[in-house]
Design a protein around this ligand. Structure first.
Ligand code: KG4
Ligand code: ZN
Length: 354
């Protein structure tokens, strides 16, 4: 089996993992900077770079130790080279290059977005589904479909994937490894960013997604219908109007915070699910995959599960950024022949390399 070390430092998680054959998660170590950035209500780029510098070596050491992997047992070193914060990406890419040079192992640069897609391919070393990882058959599909998905081999192509995080909202059609068509994107704020801004408006702290989800549990979404923006393309998203409408409701006053949180969450989920529904009507897809920080949201998962297509989402630790996504994407990219030179540079605005 090909063991790959994956390194990820594109935003505010310093992460390394060892994955075998792009599927089997042997070790996954993440040093989160969430607390460091919380006072700023968002990621402070220079602080992020400096913290990556401090954490990266211990995190890589821990991933190798946890997986009982020696350098000689690795097949390659994969690293996220974009998209993300340039100064943050530089730390992971430079460490990966140094390691590749010292060990002679091949270096594979991967896209962070492609990495998020592969989080739904990861399994425990014995091939079983990871704890808290979800694969829900459609509600009406019954026991046979449920058992088939529980056995969960590799996900079938084609499928539709929604990457929703603090920096991304990408609806993509995946026909095969490296065969990805971006169908829709956000025209303004990313879905996670919208959650973060809404939480700030409601005084709920950072990161906003989990805070809004928790507050919304005691709330009634029907007290206020927040508008879902229509976009020219039926697959695109726009969240800035929603944020403005929420700000107006806060200014008017009289609403309970829990109700506002519930109304906001419901509007974001409605927008995302509408995009997925239209994409399913336009292209064949055997499954819907959710990935990225916002895919931890239970009401999003539930609403997507009601579309009548099997749904997969990663366990919470793989929804947010991690090294396993880089390792898995690196495995499949390498099988397609991708090897990066030691002159690999970061690409802050990278999308899906072919
Ligand atoms: O994937 P991620 O860790 O970082 C990026 O690559 O951006 O995603 C973080 C984002 C944050 O905006 C956070 O508010 C959001 O994911 N998030 C959630 C939830 N958990 C995290 N949004 C909604 N509901 C959640 N439960
Ligand atoms: Zn991410």
């Amino acid at each position: 089996m090909d063991r790959i070390l994956g390194i990820e430092t594109s935003c505010d998680e310093t992460a390394a993992a060892v994955v075998a054959d792009g599927r089997y998660l042997l070790a996954d170590v993440v040093a989160s900077q969430v607390q460091l950035h919380a006072p700023y209500g968002g990621v402070f780029p220079e602080l992020a770079s400096r913290q990556h510098m401090r954490d990266i070596v211990p995190v890589i050491r821990a991933a190798l130790a946890d997986s009982q992997t020696d350098w000689r047992e690795l097949a390659a070193i994969a690293v996220t080279y974009g998209p993300g914060l340039a100064g943050a990406l530089l730390v992971g890419v430079n460490v990966a290059k140094g390691l590749a040079m010292a060990t002679g192992l091949p270096l594979v640069g991967v896209s962070h977005l492609e990495g998020h897609l592969y989080t739904n391919w990861l399994r425990a070393p014995d091939g079983r589904r990871l704890p808290e990882g979800g694969a829900e058959p459609p509600r009406q599909a019954g026991q046979a479909a449920a058992r088939a998905m529980a056995r969960s081999g590799d996900p079938p192509f084609p499928h539709l994937a929604l990457i929703v995080s603090g920096g991304h909202t990408e609806l993509v059609h995946v026909r095969g490894h490296g065969e990805v068509t971006v169908m829709g994107v956000t025209l303004d704020d990313a879905a996670g960013e919208a959650f973060d801004k809404a939480a700030r408006l409601l005084g709920l702290g950072y990161p906003g997604g989990p805070a809004i989800e928790a507050a919304a549990q005691g709330g009634d979404a029907s007290v206020l219908e927040l508008p879902v923006a229509t976009t020219q393309s039926p697959f695109d998203f726009s969240f800035s109007g929603l944020k403005t409408a929420l700000a107006r409701a806060v200014a008017v006053g009289g609403y309970a915070t829990a109700d506002l949180a519930a109304a906001f969450q419901s509007a974001v989920v409605r927008a995302l699910v509408a995009g997925i529904r239209r994409a399913l009507e336009a292209r064949p897809a055997l499954e819907v995959h959710l990935a990225g920080g916002v895919s931890a949201n239970a009401s999003l998962r539930q609403a997507v599960a009601e579309l009548g297509v099997p749904v997969r989402y990663p366990p919470p630790v793989l929804c947010t950024d991690n090294g396993a996504m880089a390792a898995a994407a690196g495995y499949w990219a390498r099988r397609r022949g991708r090897v990066s030179g030691l002159d690999l540079d970061v690409v802050a605005g990278l999308s899906f390399p072919g």
